[in-house]
Design a protein around this ligand. Sequence first.
Ligand code: DGI
Ligand code: FE
Ligand code: FE
Length: 191
Amino acid sequence: MDQSAMLQKVKERLPEKRFNHVVGVVETATELAHEFGVPASKAQVAATLHDVAKFSEREWMRSVIIEQGMDPLLLDYHSELWHAPVGAYVAASEFGIQDEDILNAIKYHTTGRAGMSDLEKVIYIADLVEPGRKFSGVEELRQLKEQGLDVMMEASIKHTIDFLTSKNQPVYPDSLKCYEHFVQQKGNVEE
Ligand code: DGI
Ligand code: FE
Ligand code: FE
């Protein structure tokens, strides 16, 4: 399936507003991929499919998580998190995607994780800072592009964790481990 056929198929599964977000993520992911030496074609496929399960039925997603042997911890957290791993499943089963890095970029686009690949970082960041995102602080995140992919990723995961804790929401362990990974990488841990 070529990129435009894939985009068309995604369009049929999503409301217009969400589809416009997907187009924005494709645009930003393409720019970031060029900037950081990630294959743009992989970034485009992952960006196109990242929210493919966003409007899937909740109970269907629950059954996929159980039947596919995904981390059962997901079921203890908000169902908003489920569309990411289930989206990776849909990308493989309905769109024939086999590339593990692309599938992981979809799977971890909501939570991040420790030891993300560059493609995973590109998709995580593009999802957060695409042109349709308007939250306070988004422009500062976009400008970190000049400081490198890891600086952008660390600030992005930190933003998400700050946002969730400010709303007294639980933070999925993968997000915390992702943040810790960056902090420890810099050797900033005080004894
Ligand atoms: O699907 P999008 O809206 O484009 O963005 P997303 O997949 O990054 O995030 C979907 C929602 O999930 C968003 O409202 C924030 C929320 N979220 C992200 N990480 C966590 C989380 N919610 C909880 N409870 N815990 C998390 O770690
Ligand atoms: Fe998402
Ligand atoms: Fe998204």
